[in-house]
Design a protein around this ligand. Structure first.
Ligand SMILES: *Cc1c(COP(=O)(O)O)cnc(C)c1O
Length: 378
């Protein structure tokens, strides 16, 4: 099977993890945590980094740190991972959804203002798959309406918007270091900000809000700490970020070129006027003329030993949120189409060129004349 993602761990990872074990520092108290925070913050040009146990926790910490109150509305894309909406809902806030742009698959910034109400307090920006959201447009709307900006840059470490690093925008930004991200710590995440007070608040919330007299708490916090073992991996991975990003771009450009003659596949643009695509994943959307859905394409590629993943499923179509009485009757046609017509193909760091060529051959065969009929009911 050609895996959809496989990380590369053959740099200093083993050496640094061994250092943790040899020194006995394996918990969050060890020195790699602070080093990883400092180095990642430096890389994305932020003053403060607060390492946490995963990217979902990073989002929840960001919402809590900003002091958003129950009932506050937060604008966000419907086409994203559930972590974004979950973080908002768990703090008692209300996610207000925005449809996607059909070209970049990011939140359509032109629809943002139409969704603002007197209760809107913040916008959660999520860069999806390879191109950043238009941060100039976000800044304009945020300034005009006095909104806080949370930037979920989990898929965009190493990417820039008009030359400025993703993860450096807004009041607070977050990353995930899950193994399919540009760098991995196995599980892990980070919250970043330039605001010293906000950073201190997030640090306290991350560690159960211990006060100066240990075991006395003025506020309810979380245990979202990252371990020294995880941070050791992070430091080693960060050393190779430029190489990893170059590799992703190379894979994205090669796939784009090899698949360019397929009219029946919609792919992300290689660049916009504000960024060059970083191809965190290589996604494809079946053109309306294709008589089957992404699930069918994925099943056929699977039978050829090629792993794929479906696109996100929109938040307004999630059973869990419907059952909570959220988003009733709301429709976001672009996101709904992406969810049903889109999938992504292997592009892990360890993928070889010969494997990519096999993937391309199999994708092309999906559309060859004798294959155009679905193999099963859809
Ligand atoms: C991966 C991801 C997350 C969640 O991160 P975990 O570390 O898996 O909790 C959140 N937001 C985005 C955009 C992601 O890609």
């Amino acid at each position: 099977m050609i895996p959809v993602n496989e990380p590369l761990l053959d740099g200093n990872e083993r050496r640094y993890v061994t250092e943790c074990i040899d020194s006995g520092w394996i918990s969050s108290e060890g020195p790699f945590v602070e080093r990883f925070e400092r180095e990642l913050a430096g890389r994305v040009e932020r003053r403060h980094g607060i390492a946490v146990c995963n990217g979902t926790a990073a989002l929840e910490l960001a919402i809590a740190g900003l002091g958003l109150q129950p009932g506050d509305e937060v604008l966000m894309p419907t086409f994203t991972i559930i972590s974004c909406a979950a973080a908002v809902i768990r703090r008692g806030c209300v996610p207000v959804l925005v449809d996607s742009d059909s070209k970049t698959w990011n939140m359509d910034v032109n629809q943002l203002e139409g969704r603002i109400t007197p209760k809107t307090r913040a916008v959660m920006v999520v860069h999806i798959y390879g191109l950043p959201v238009d941060m100039d447009a976000i800044a304009r709307v945020a300034r005009k309406h006095g909104l806080l900006v949370i930037e979920d840059a989990s898929q965009m470490l190493g990417q820039t918007f008009r030359g400025q690093p993703c993860g450096s925008f807004g009041d607070i930004s977050t990353f995930s270091f899950y193994p399919n991200k540009h760098i991995t710590t196995g599980e892990g995440g980070m919250v970043l900000t330039n605001d010293e007070g906000l950073a201190a608040r997030c640090r306290s919330l991350r560690n159960l809000c211990f006060s100066s007299r240990r075991f006395i708490h003025e506020e309810l916090g979380y245990n979202f700490r990252m371990s020294n073992l995880q941070a050791a991996l992070g430091v080693a991975q960060l050393e190779r970020l430029d190489e990893f990003v170059a590799r992703k771009r190379q894979m994205g450009n090669l796939y784009s070129r090899l698949l360019s003659d397929l009219d029946c596949l919609e792919m992300m643009p290689l660049s916009t006027n504000y960024a060059e695509n970083i191809f965190w994943v290589f996604g494809a959307v079946l053109h309306d003329s294709v008589p089957f859905e992404a699930s069918e394409a994925m099943a056929r590629l699977g039978s050829r030993q090629i792993a794929t993943r479906p696109f996100f499923w929109p938040m307004h179509e999630q059973p869990v949120f419907r059952n909570m009485g959220l988003f009733g009757g709301e429709r976001y046609p672009v996101a709904e189409r992406l969810a049903r017509r889109g999938f992504y193909i292997p592009s892990g760091m360890a993928l070889q060129k010969a494997q990519m060529e096999m993937v391309v051959t199999a994708v092309k065969e999906l559309f060859s004349a004798d294959n155009y009929q679905p193999t099963r009911a859809i």
